[in-house]
Design a binder for this molecule. Structure first.
Ligand SMILES: C[S@@+](CC[C@H](N)C(=O)[O-])C[C@H]1O[C@@H](n2cnc3c(N)ncnc32)[C@H](O)[C@@H]1O
Length: 364
């Protein structure tokens, strides 16, 4: 695949311009295949935010189309609308030529690429030159045209625009599809996301933070952080450490129990000074103890515990139950029951000092 060149579209949201690396997709997808080698067999996959000319998702799934036994692969991309045609069109990150416009020159068209087992059964797929076409519309995932493709698909996979994350997940869930997508760690606490995690309808993928090694960013985007680099193809990579995979596809890691020490041992031997010194204080406003580190969760505590949101990366639904989180809007019965002060509905307070947002869990 050629070096990725281009500039940020003036109309696009800068934070939406983080592009996924091939190796990160491969690493994550392999974990589902290890758990179930037939996870993609006979399935139709839609990649709805993926330009067939450059997306590594498109490249990866096209390359592995036969090995995974896929029925159909559909990859579509979005063309930012250019209402004022007098304004010179700025190419999106990867575009090398202006997009196709319709007759009255107000709307550009998204792209579509399809691999179909029944049509492309002759085999040979040229990954460097995927033959794509234009959509009728702009490729917005909310458009009727892309919705139809969604409805046809079994699994939706992509790194969606961060600014539309909530809407995007809703779009998947309302169609009751399987999915594997990238999001920001903060998305865990969104009111549109957390209840789904709590009910075990969706969960984290195989890793968060450094598990995703970085994203390709456009030229002109500052290469911040000590791990920022330029790869062998000249792509500019930023290591973010604040992203995760979200999914409802099974993987083995979420069924592995977290190895923990008893409360007594933690207080004696924990590597965290805070645990040894402060032990496990109770919140002023919740009938629960504060556990500031996931690896310091006491294995023998029977009551409710407030744990960091990164606990979800280690969450095994057979080991713990999630009751809610320390958020004023959480009206779950189990959380309402342990609120000690109706005036202090917000995050947990310890001796009047507010803690970070915590997930409230109980041992099963
Ligand atoms: C974070 S980038 C990731 C791109 C690609 N999926 C990847 O992982 O490399 C998000 C992409 O979503 C596209 N996008 C933005 N708004 C969209 C919309 N309403 N419908 C579909 N795609 C959209 C952007 O053009 C951008 O390419």
């Amino acid at each position: 695949m050629p070096k990725i060149e281009g500039m940020i579209n003036a109309k696009s949201n800068k934070n939406d311009e983080f592009y996924t690396q091939y190796e990160d997709i491969q690493k994550e997808v392999n974990a589902y295949l290890e758990y179930n080698p037939d996870v993609f067999k006979g399935k139709t996959i839609l990649l709805p935010c993926d330009d067939p000319e450059w997306s590594n998702f498109t490249k990866f799934f096209a390359q592995n189309f036969e090995r995974f036994g896929l029925k159909k692969l559909i990859s579509t991309s979005y063309a930012y609308e250019s209402k004022k045609i007098s304004e010179p069109y700025q190419l999106t990150f990867f575009e090398t030529e202006s997009p196709k416009y319709d007759e009255n020159k107000t709307k550009s068209h998204g792209k579509i690429f399809i691999l179909d087992k029944d049509i492309n059964n002759s085999g040979k797929i040229d990954i460097e030159d995927l033959q794509w076409d234009y959509l009728d519309g702009d490729g917005d995932f909310k458009s009727e045209e892309v919705k139809k493709l969604r409805d046809e698909a079994d699994i939706i996979i992509t790194n969606p625009p961060f600014s539309l994350f909530r809407e995007f997940l809703k779009w998947i869930m309302e169609a009751k599809k399987q999915f594997l997508i990238i999001g920001n760690i903060n998305c865990i606490t969104y009111k549109e996301v957390f209840p789904l995690i709590k009910e075990n309808d969706i969960w984290l993928g195989n890793g968060m933070g450094r598990w995703i090694s970085g994203f390709i960013v456009p030229e002109g985007y500052e290469l911040y952080g000590s791990e920022a680099r330029i790869d062998e193809n000249g792509n500019r990579i930023v290591a973010t450490n604040n992203c995760l995979w979200l999914t409802n596809l099974e993987h083995g890691r979420r069924h592995q129990p977290l190895q923990l020490m008893t409360m007594e041992d933690n207080i004696k031997y924990s590597k965290h000074k805070q645990i040894r010194e402060e032990k496990y204080p109770k919140y002023d406003n919740y009938d629960a103890i504060d556990v500031p580190y996931t690896d310091a969760i006491p294995s023998d505590y029977e009551g409710i515990m407030g744990v960091p949101i990164t606990f979800l990366d280690k969450y095994n639904p057979e080991q713990f139950e999630i009751l809610g989180h320390t958020y004023s809007g959480d009206t779950n019965e189990a959380v309402e029951k342990i609120r000690l002060d109706p005036q202090k509905r917000n995050r947990g307070l310890v001796n009047g000092k507010q803690k970070y947002d915590r997930i409230l869990i109980i041992k099963k």
